[in-house]
Design a protein around this ligand. Sequence first.
Ligand SMILES: Nc1nc2c(ncn2[C@@H]2O[C@H](COP(=O)(O)OP(=O)(O)OP(=O)(O)O)[C@@H](O)[C@H]2O)c(=O)[nH]1
Ligand SMILES: [Mg+2]
Length: 439
Amino acid sequence: MVELKRTRLSVRREQALLLGVMLPADKHRAAKPLAELASLARTAGARVVGEVVQQLKRFHPSTWIGRGKAQEVHDRAKSLDADVVICDGDLSPAQVRNLEKITDTKVVDRSELILDIFATHARTKQARLQVELAQLEYTYPRLARMWTHLSRYEGGIGTRGPGEMQLETDRRLVQRRIRDLKRELGRIDARRQREVKSRGECFKVGIVGYTNAGKSTLMNALTDAGVRVEDQLFATLDTKTRRWDLGDHGEALLSDTVGFIRHLPHHLVASFKATLEEATLADLLLHIVDISRADAIEQADAVMEVLEEIGCRDKRILAVFNKVDAADDETALHILSERFRNGVTVSALKKQGLDRLTEAVVAELQRDFAELVVTFPSSDGRLAAFLFEKGDVLERDDQDTVTQMRVKLHRRFLADLSEHDGVEVRVSDGKEEPRAERY
Ligand SMILES: Nc1nc2c(ncn2[C@@H]2O[C@H](COP(=O)(O)OP(=O)(O)OP(=O)(O)O)[C@@H](O)[C@H]2O)c(=O)[nH]1
Ligand SMILES: [Mg+2]
């Protein structure tokens, strides 16, 4: 039995050797294949001391990379004095074990690295519980000595028996903790859903996008939210909602939330579903794309994949091409403008293009309203009161027995009108403008 080196997976202050595999499908990343892993590693607090990349047709089933390459990684790790090898992919527990054995160095995979970042950045109670749940489900079963991580739930570790009995106790403890966490998260989620409902009829706009795309910067530029902005990945792990003043058009509620990344670990998506949903419960999503990046298109695609995974395929989405001030190559912008028609180009940092963005959002908000001519018996005082309360009455014409009102009303109330007797409703604005696309 190999003694695993993975007693703790945090890579803070450790010297990291990055390890990547280029499959034939990864050609677009050829220029800097490990750039993203390097920023993840740095965000987690590691110092990157070297990189090894192997071109492969497929992953090696037992060692992830080829065996010869693994030996090379061993030598590099020793000469660079690396504490940890961080792999740009998700390895099976057996692959980790075998790779650790050959390299004689701690091995951490990409999901574990992301989970570690989430654990360090989580500030709210909900975020902390969500991370813990994801770690219990993904990381802990892969640790060499699970119980050292569980000791805070149950007495000291000295009282436990060895071997199988230990493993059994650990498993039961993990199961119990998972159950408790799910229950507690369920309670927080129910409270949050009540909160979202109580926000009622206000137009809800959610900001989504790849991590570090500038979501929080945009949130701060549009409202006085004062959200933390950092040039690092996953600075934001919870959701903040603020009122956004739309001038003559009233206001919307704007939500900023956790960013997406390609191959977001599945356990994180599941655990953070409630947080992700908060933004996605919106009437409109602003998809922020950092167009100053060479891989802007791949990032945009990854975001669309996660949106699909959390059930947002049919949402209205408005693309926002951010960081135009830093974009020196317009190719990505051209391609993305073709793909996401109605996109708006901005610089959240320099506050450029925000008026156009506001106009585009107002146009979306307006589409939820219909201008109607409603004719009804004058005796129906309830209907008149309803129209005044819920709508914007533009004209009123009282005749002997009937009243006619021209009113702007949210489409969700159309059904309510038909419940009244003797009402005739005519849509007075027939024009259909192009709208934010549904994917
Ligand atoms: N040049 C430039 N930089 C920007 C712009 N918008 C944001 N940034 C920078 O991009 C970095 C990330 O910004 P954030 O607003 O924290 O990004 P985020 O999408 O909220 O990131 P996470 O919460 O970590 O997912 C910061 O260093 C910002 O200053 C922009 O329009 N132009
Ligand atoms: Mg943020």
